[in-house]
Design a protein around this ligand. Structure first.
Ligand code: ACO
Length: 330
C-alpha cells in the first residue's frame, strides 16, 4: 500500500444551457428597464431560460454526459456524484440521485451540496478531499441551476441578473501526474444570510405561507452583495496565492464567478491580476449561480481559452455568504 496521496486531476468537462435566449431587449418589454442600464451595471446582454418542461436534473445530466465523453469514461466508473444547486428538482430526494438514475451511474453515491453561487467550488473541494484521502477515484462534480423558477419577473432589480444552465467536471485520482488541484480555500459567513436569500418552500416559510407573504422569490440587497462579493473574492484570490508562494503574475487564467462584470473588474483591480487573463461569459449567460464556473471552465477548455500546462485560478462568492477559490494546474 502506498502512503503517498493521489492528486486530483481534471479528466473532463461539459456544459448545457437551455436553447431559449432572453435578451435585454426582451426584458424591456417585461419590466421598466433598458439594455444600456443592464449592460452598464452588469455586463449582461442575454441569458438562457429553461422551458417549463426542463428540470435541473435534466440540465445536469446532459452536462454530465458531455463531461463523461470528454473524459472517455462510462457512468459506471463514477464513485461519487456531487451537485451544487439551490434550485434542485425537489426538496428531496437530491437532484444528484435523479442524475444518477438518468446517467445509469449505478456504482456511485450521490448527494447535493448547498452553497449558492459558490456551489461548484464547494463540491470540487469535497471531491478533492475524497480523492486525496483515497475514498473515491472518480467524482462527478456539477453546478446546475434553473434560477428563472425562483426569480420575481416583476422585480427589475433582480430579474435582469440571472440565467439557467449546468456545468460538470470529472475529477479523478492520479499519481505523479505533475498536475491537478494544487490547493482549495473555502469560507462562509452566516451572519449575512438575509442579504441574499430565497425562503420559498423551506421549513421557515412552507410554500403556501411563503406565497401568502410574497417571500418565495430571490431577495437581494444589491449594493451590499456587491461590496461583500468584491471583498470576499479578492480575499480568496490573495489568500490562496500567498499560501502557495504565488502572485497574480503566475496565474495564466482567472475564472471568476460570472455574476457581474463590475464585480469581476473590481476583484481584478484589488488583486492586481492582469484583466486580459480573466475569462468572461457573463454577457451571454448572465449569473447562473453554481453553474457559472463549471460552464465557464468547460467552455474555456472547449474553445482553447485554457490549455494543458496552464495554471488556472477559480474564485466564487454566493449567498450565505459562501466563497472560495481553487488553484488548478491543467
Ligand atoms: N433597470 C433600470 N433601473 C433599475 C434596474 C433595472 N433593471 N434595477 C434597479 N434600477 C434602478 C433602481 O430602482 C434605482 O433607481 P432610483 O435611483 O430611482 O431609486 C437605480 O436603478 C439604482 O439602483 P441601485 O440598486 O443603486 O443600482 P446599482 O448600481 O447598485 O446596481 C445591481 C444594481 C446591478 C444589482 C448591483 O447592485 C449589483 O450588481 N449587485 C451585485 C448583485 C449580484 O450580482 N447578485 C448576484 C447574486 S450574488 C452573486 O452571484 C455574487
Amino acid at each position: 500500500m502506498s502512503l503517498k496521496m493521489p492528486e486530483t486531476v481534471l479528466l473532463g468537462t461539459g456544459y448545457e444551457v437551455p436553447e431559449k435566449i432572453l435578451t435585454n431587449h426582451d426584458l424591456e418589454k417585461m419590466v421598466d428597464t433598458n439594455d444600456q442600464w443592464i449592460q452598464e451595471r452588469t455586463g449582461i446582454k442575454e441569458r438562457r431560460i429553461a422551458s417549463s418542461d426542463l428540470t435541473t436534473s435534466e440540465l445536469c445530466t446532459r452536462a454530465a454526459r458531455k463531461a463523461l465523453q470528454d473524459a472517455n469514461l462510462q457512468p459506471e466508473d463514477i464513485d461519487l456524484i456531487l451537485i451544487g444547486t439551490v434550485t434542485g428538482d425537489a426538496l428531496f430526494p437530491s437532484t444528484a440521485c435523479y442524475v444518477q438514475e438518468k446517467l445509469g451511474a449505478c456504482n456511485a453515491a450521490a448527494m447535493d451540496l448547498q452553497a449558492a453561487c459558490a456551489g461548484f467550488l464547494y463540491v470540487s473541494t469535497v471531491a478533492d478531499a475524497f480523492i486525496i484521502s483515497g475514498k473515491a477515484k472518480v467524482v462527478l462534480a456539477i453546478g446546475g441551476e434553473i434560477l428563472s423558477r425562483i426569480v420575481d419577473w416583476n422585480d427589475r432589480s433582480t430579474c435582469v441578473l440571472f440565467g439557467d444552465g449546468a456545468g460538470a467536471a470529472i475529477w479523478g485520482a492520479a499519481n505523479d501526474s505533475g498536475k491537478g488541484i494544487i490547493d482549495t480555500y473555502m469560507k462562509s459567513d452566516g451572519r449575512l444570510t438575509e442579504l441574499l436569500c430565497s425562503y420559498g418552500g423551506g421549513t421557515n416559510y412552507p410554500m403556501q405561507e411563503a406565497i401568502e407573504k410574497n417571500v418565495q422569490f430571490i431577495q437581494m440587497q444589491g449594493q451590499e452583495v456587491f461590496k461583500s462579493a468584491v471583498r470576499a473574492m479578492s480575499e480568496a484570490v490573495l489568500t490562496i496565492l500567498k499560501k502557495n508562494d504565488l502572485t497574480g503574475d503566475d496565474i495564466d487564467v482567472l475564472i471568476p464567478h460570472q455574476a457581474n462584470i463590475r464585480i469581476m473588474n473590481a476583484t481584478v483591480r484589488k488583486t492586481k491580476i492582469d484583466e486580459n487573463k480573466v475569462y468572461v461569459n457573463v454577457d451571454r449567460f448572465g449569473n447562473t449561480s453554481a453553474a457559472s464556473i463549471p460552464i465557464a471552465l468547460a467552455e474555456a477548455r472547449q474553445s482553447g481559452a485554457i490549455k494543458a500546462g496552464q495554471l488556472v485560478l477559480l474564485v466564487s462568492f454566493g449567498g450565505g455568504f459562501t466563497w472560495g477559490s481553487l488553484l488548478l494546474q491543467l
